[in-house]
Design a protein around this ligand. Sequence first.
Ligand code: GDP
Length: 302
Amino acid sequence: TKKAITERIKDIDVVIELLDARLPGSSANPMLAQLTGQRKKLKVLNKQDLADPARTEAWLTWYREQTDTHAIGLDASDKTPAQRLIAACRELAPNRGGMDKPLRVLICGIPNVGKSTLLNTMVGKKAAKTGDEAGITRMEQRINLASDFYLFDTPGMLWPKIIVEKAGYHLAASGAVGRNAYDEEEVALELISSIKAHYGAQLVARYKLADEDTIPTRHDEELLTEVARKRGAVMSGGRVNLQKAAEIVLNDFRSGTIGRMTLETPEQFAIWQAEGEAAEAALKKKREARLNKRKEEQDEQD
Ligand code: GDP
């Protein structure tokens, strides 16, 4: 996918990044900034129906303050998303348009962010899927949203190394990561840790937890245990089944049954990112030191 994007990016005017509105920072591909360079960017906070409206607004403002960037919120209830995407892209690249200068747009996003759903809604009567033209690989589809508006699709992708620890957990909670790649109990505990400070009322409403005011300060495991008890996830002998409770919480989060919530704010994510980068840099330094030492030892032996 990286290769396909690198190839295609040369003649792209606007890059649309489809983000999960509940985890905008975590669902943003850190490699994409490198790949897209100076191109205009449209951040689409998708599944906004599942997200906290106030936090969605905060993220939109945050993105709109960045250069060459526009941002909109979207969800599957919007029956005419193409119009909004086209308008936003035209605003970003007003110099493009007309048959001789069609607006060429690339759309990227992580798995499960809702890209297929969005594309299916947009491929109405007017739009035509084409895949048999020169230069369009099997991995990539071109959709003509208007006679002078080409949308190139890319396969949903994650990146090889997630350096922001929280991002890994949030991606797993959202369903972007394959089930076998994480421990559900661990992810559910991290999810609880991310939501308990801000969404205690929703947890009380959904799981009939006791004493809303104490929720932010209670241990994640204690809260998951209470969920297990309240939902009858108890094994013979009365032991709670935390695995079952974790599945319940994750399913409720993915479906939105747990209530509208957003796991991160722009400010929080910026801090996590700085921490992740610092940890990564420290790791790299340690690795280099180790390699150098080995090389010196080798040289001495020789
Ligand atoms: P893709 O992997 O990015 O192509 O994602 P899909 O389009 O297959 O969607 C993944 C899941 O999210 C499906 O269960 C969709 O029904 C659901 N979904 C897609 N868009 C929305 C949305 O705007 N709101 C909600 N609540 N669910 C959505």
